[in-house]
Design a protein around this ligand. Sequence first.
Ligand code: PMP
Length: 296
Amino acid sequence: MTNQKLKIYGDNNKKISIMSSTAQFALNVFEGIRIYKTKNGLNIFRAKDHLKRLLESAEGLFLNHDYSLEMLENILYSFVEDLNLEGDTALRVILAVTDEGSWSSSNNANLFIVPSSRPHMPSIQIGAKRLCVVKWQRISSLSMPPHIKCGANYINSRLGFFEARNKGFDYPIFINSRGFVSESSGACIVLIKDKRLMTPPVDADILNSITRDCIKNMASILDLEWIEKDLKKGELLDADEAFLCGTAAEITPIGSIDDKLFGNGDVGLRTQKISDLYEKIVRNQTTVFAEWNHEI
Ligand code: PMP
């Protein structure tokens, strides 16, 4: 697929000032939503859940705006239909305070939808990643609530990410302020031990990931048990397999954590099965969880 030049929803022509609340103080909330090519058209995956979380994030930051869930859904679906997309596309849906002002601004946030079409390869085909536990701690719900998906929170992600990269790893794993495993820089972590899927609970300072929720619901179909509990660093190394999950990460296999190799460091069998089912769901090739799909 070639890169399509795509239009943006929002005030396309307006230049946003460097002194705006969004540019200077990261006063914005956002969502990443994926659109997958299906046999009959395109599927906007779990759009309603993403838009709900966008509104919750806005409320969490006391952001004023004019949008209801229904309005956001209508705008998103008709905007995507007008795009005439050729294939897989990633969307950013953003509410940003674009007026000049400070972090305490109560001016209304404006809506932007920014599509980017790029050739898409399921994360699983890119191969297993090498992760390490980083020294940077995950932001805490008592200071910068990680369940709010706002631009500012990604500075913590950036710090952990570059610590990992500078040590020769692909992605970080953060420990939270209580000393338990939290998540990676832009994805949640799931461990596989025997027939159990184990992952930190939502109060382990993670983003309440929509993909994690998909896997939670998929577990019983795959004859796997879903367990949410605080995990110690040592339990990471005791797993049979592990993977990252997220809208962008999809199911990203983890080959190693620090110097512990899972199997031979390749994609584990159970991880592959989870990814295969996820791929079928997002491409609307199975009847299970059809309610997650909005096909156009
Ligand atoms: N944690 C963080 C920090 C993230 O940025 C993301 C990506 N949105 C996730 C987890 C995964 O969340 P989701 O499955 O909703 O994309």
